[in-house]
Design a binder for this molecule. Structure first.
Ligand SMILES: [Fe+2]
Ligand SMILES: [Fe+2]
Length: 378
């Protein structure tokens, strides 16, 4: 049974229980390799007409906005890891304070040195999850090339495969050459990616990766980009975000067309899938491994995080939905079936983002590669 099916069987409340989240930590994803089934048939199309203007335009943009991770970034820059880690920690100072303020919090006794250690480990962990997530995107996009029925989408997806390989490359190089200590993939992230790859409906790979995971990643990259002054990381994120904005746009453009032709029952399945994925990303992506390395029991920290993450309490966490909600709206998923998804997103306190810029329109604005080339013509 996939994790998504397991959640349906359990009911949502139990699905994201502390016990269930902790149980994921025992899953072995291998030290060198992890194998998971790929759902769906490969589809050949004999219709080579490029009839989808939006996808065609996106493909042209992708071809001219390729960049080279080896030469467009200045890898000679020395990184002060502690300074970067502190920047990130001070940006979420309110969360730190809430954790300290909880009754019996073991963090009340923490020294600044312990907080700095946590900040450095958290930086390593975030960059490691970006790396593993990028590999998930690489594999999902390769699957989309095979499974999507339209030639315009196969063309575009092939450029995304290259983009994702470049993203894996640059995050891996940053971790290897600037940071000290990688983390394995977060189990909840890998289980979600496995479900996305394993689904035999081609559009679910799009929905899961292009709308949900990449929507969350784009918000997380944006947050880190806004906070850090480290020039190598800042440019790396700026360029990765240029590509990611196109990727989410690809999902929106393709799915909007496909969903317009689906019936009510099929749309409801997509709404449920979107909501399950949103909850899994909201509740299960925790840095247990980091806290444990810093001497805090993982069950205790999970309970504490649940306490401070109650809806409406943590604006940073809600902001992670700032791309997902408007994109779901654009796909017609918010209001279909008497507004089932609108109600759920209202319940979890993220509906306020429904009118945030959707990525179908903002990708050209986010094209930092094109902007840099205009500023310094070659
Ligand atoms: Fe990526
Ligand atoms: Fe991407």
């Amino acid at each position: 049974m996939s994790k998504t099916e397991e959640f349906k069987a359990l009911g949502r409340d139990d699905a994201n229980s502390i016990e269930s989240i902790l149980a994921d930590d025992a899953i072995d994803f291998g030290t060198l390799a992890h194998t998971t089934p790929v759902g769906s048939d490969a589809i050949f199309t004999w219709d080579y007409d490029r009839s989808r203007a939006g996808l065609s335009k996106l493909y042209e943009r992708a071809k001219t906005s390729q960049w080279n991770g080896s030469t467009d970034l200045d890898w000679s820059i020395e990184v002060d890891v502690e300074a970067v880690a502190r920047e990130m920690q001070s940006a979420i100072a309110h969360l730190r304070q809430r954790l300290v303020d909880l009754p019996n919090s073991p963090l009340k006794k923490w020294t600044e040195a312990e907080w700095t250690h946590l900040a450095i480990e958290a930086f390593n962990w975030r960059m490691s999850q970006f790396l593993h997530g990028e590999q998930g995107a690489l594999i999902c996009t390769a699957k989309i090339v095979e499974t999507v029925p339209w030639i315009d989408a196969k063309y575009y997806a092939s450029t995304q495969v290259m983009d994702e390989a470049r993203h894996v490359e640059v995050f891996s190089r940053y971790l290897d050459t600037k940071l000290d200590g990688h983390y394995p993939v977060n189990p909840a992230l890998q289980l979600l990616i496995d479900d996305i790859i394993g689904d035999n409906r081609w559009d679910m790979t799009y929905m899961g990766m292009q709308i949900m995971v990449e929507g969350l990643a784009l918000a997380a990259f944006g947050f880190m980009h806004a906070v850090t002054q480290e020039p190598l990381l800042k440019k790396l994120l700026r360029y990765v975000m240029s590509d990611e904005a196109r990727h989410v746009a690809f999902g929106v453009l393709s799915l909007k067309e496909y969903y317009a032709g689906l019936g009510a029952a099929e749309i409801k399945e997509r709404q449920e899938f979107a909501f399950e994925a949103a909850l899994r990303m909201r509740d299960r992506l925790m840095m247990h491994a980091v806290w444990e390395r810093c001497g805090v029991d993982r069950e205790m920290i999970t309970r504490m995080l649940f306490e401070v993450r109650k809806p409406g309490v943590n604006p940073f966490q809600a902001a992670l939905f700032s791309k997902i909600v408007p994109n779901c709206k654009k796909l017609g998923l918010l209001d279909a079936g008497d507004g089932w998804l609108r109600e759920r997103f209202t319940d979890i306190g993220v509906i306020e983002y429904e009118d945030a810029p959707d990525t179908e329109t903002e990708y050209a604005l986010l094209d930092a590669v094109a902007a840099d080339r205009e500023a310094t013509p070659v």
